[in-house]
Design a binder for this molecule. Structure first.
Ligand code: XMP
Length: 506
């Protein structure tokens, strides 16, 4: 187990991902909330930070129980912190120290085993280490940065000015492996299989014979969470899959069948009419979202009530939703949203919460699902927003509009699959515009709807770019849509990035 102390760097989560790719478990904690129980950590990594160590409000971690007592790797800010407060010197740099650089000197040391001069590293800092701390020994330099890596003699303390966690540091993973495996002696035994075994056994002892209710969405996270719970408590897991009438074409029946095939105790609830009724006449995006959220809670609460003595609510929350981040002001800030207002809560929200995936990143959720033999198509599904097609039908909704958009979307998605493009795209879908335009079919003038197609690449949905889909693909897809979907005579392709646009149009 590795402890990563976060000083607010944009790369902190990447450190965790690289460590886990080495099959080593790790946790991120804010630098000013060092866990009390340090025994369970076998090494510590200090992250970078947007702060300068010379600034008055810069983070000052308490390392008394860590430094010299456990193997420690300090990255960027961490490296500067050690130098600045332990007899070295840090000053503003007067050369460019951003982006790629190559190691021009590498000392023979366990940390750099298998890494030689010329290796590309990624720099991102504006201060530079002018003098090493007391007992510091230089391990590597680049052309512009003399003190690019050092260690403290007689301690298992190492420091890097560059970022081993970014892909542009080509030997970064090797370096982390050298530190964690060869220097700290940590075993690489944290695998999807071991995660499943451990989680299932923890869930068994935590839940005993209690009943648990879980809302399935058809997405990856809730499906994998359900599978883990199913392995642990079987029929005591009550899954509810709600059809809000805003899912993709045929999705409700197909996915429900798939869930049943997985052996899940699942109840499909078709509440389409209730949702469409609540949406009637609403054309504001936020009002639409609120109405859908409200009806979902009502439907779910009714269903949860129907299960006698249910004690727990399971959720598919994943690690990025729960990591406490260090805010720009230096203070720790919780990013977790809490639904727990006083009074007026629906009954199911008063249940105890169980979140079996809350330590995993998205790609790890997929690997855990695969190790349990779950269907590749289910695990590889694009993200789909909770309010579904409602926020892809601009303005007010009617059954007819939902039908049109479902048909368009189905052609687009199935073509992406048959062209082998689906897995290269992070998210795709169609948008029904509140626009009619003139067209001609045969000798007839038409005045029909326009749809937009959107396909983006992204890693987390925070930023995204449109995908350069082949013209021939767009041509065939557009033809097929206009020929087959009654009511549509025009197709456009969205070529906006996020920012400044967003992925969804509403
Ligand atoms: P935007 O449109 O903000 O979308 O660029 C980013 C990601 O979030 C999804 N999204 C939603 N998901 N409820 C959800 O569950 C929502 O109201 C919602 N709005 C956007 C969107 O599909 C994309 O993956």
């Amino acid at each position: 187990n590795v402890l990563i102390l976060d000083f607010g760097s944009q790369y902190t989560q990447l450190i965790a991902r690289r460590v886990r790719e080495l099959n080593i478990y790790c946790e991120i904690h804010p630098y000013n909330k060092v866990p009390d129980q340090l025994n369970k950590y076998h090494a510590v990594i200090l992250s970078g930070s947007p702060f300068s160590v010379r600034a008055d409000n810069a983070p000052h971690p308490d390392l008394t129980n860590i430094r010299g007592k456990k193997p420690m790797l300090a990255v960027c800010y961490g490296a500067q912190y050690l130098a600045h407060f332990s007899g070295g010197e840090v000053a503003p740099s007067n050369t460019r120290e951003y982006g790629r650089a190559n190691l021009s000197f590498v000392k023979e040391d366990d940390l750099f085993k298998g890494i030689s001069t010329g290796s590309q590293v990624w720099m991102s800092h504006s201060d530079t280490i002018k003098a090493l701390p007391t007992h510091g020994e230089l391990l590597a330099s680049t052309h512009d940065v003399e003190n690019a890596a050092y260690k403290i003699n007689n301690e298992q303390t190492y420091a890097l000015q560059f970022h081993p966690e970014v892909y542009h540091s080509t030997d970064g993973k090797q370096l982390l492996e050298n530190f964690l495996v060869h220097i700290a002696g940590i075993k690489q035994d944290w695998t999807p299989q071991s995660f499943v075994e451990e989680t299932v056994s923890d869930l068994k002892s935590k839940l005993g014979n209690d009943k648990v209710v879980l809302g399935l969405s058809g997405g990856v996270d809730s499906s994998v969470a359900a599978m883990l719970l199913h392995k642990a408590i079987g029929e005591n897991l009550y899954c509810i899959f709600v059809n809000n009438g805003l899912l993709r074409k045929n999705e409700f029946t197909e996915v429900l069948k798939q869930y049943e095939g997985m052996g899940l105790n699942v109840k499909g609830v078709d509440a389409s009419a209730r949702f469409l009724g609540a949406l009637k006449g609403l054309d504001d995006p936020e009002q639409k979202r609120k109405a859908i959220g409200r009806v979902f809670i009502e439907v779910f609460d009714d269903e949860a009530h129907a299960i006698q003595d249910v004690k727990w609510l399971a959720q598919g929350t994943i690690y990025p939703d729960v990591i406490e981040s260090v805010s720009a002001t230096g203070g720790p800030s919780a990013t977790i949203k809490s639904h727990h207002n006083v009074g007026g809560l629906p009954d199911f929200m008063k249940l105890k919460i169980v979140e079996p995936l809350k330590l995993l990143f998205k790609d790890e959720v997929r690997r855990v699902g695969a190790s349990m033999g779950m269907d590749k198509n289910l695990l590889g599904r694009h993200p789909f927003p909770g309010p579904g097609l409602a926020i892809r039908i601009l303005g007010d909704l009617t059954e007819e509009k939902v039908r049109i958009l479902q048909d368009v979307d189905a052609i687009f998605i199935s073509n992406l699959k048959s062209w082998g493009l689906y897995d290269q795209v992070w998210q795709a879908g169609a948008i029904l515009l509140p626009v009619n335009s003139v067209g001609v079919m045969g000798d007839e003038r038409t005045y029909e709807k326009c749809v937009a197609l959107r396909a983006v690449e992204s890693t987390d949905g925070m930023t995204a770019d449109w995908v350069n889909l082949p013209y021939e693909f767009l041509q065939k897809t557009s033809n097929e849509i206009i020929n087959k979907v009654k009511g549509v005579n025009r197709v456009v392709y969205d070529i906006s990035s996020k920012p400044p646009a967003t992925i969804e149009w509403e």
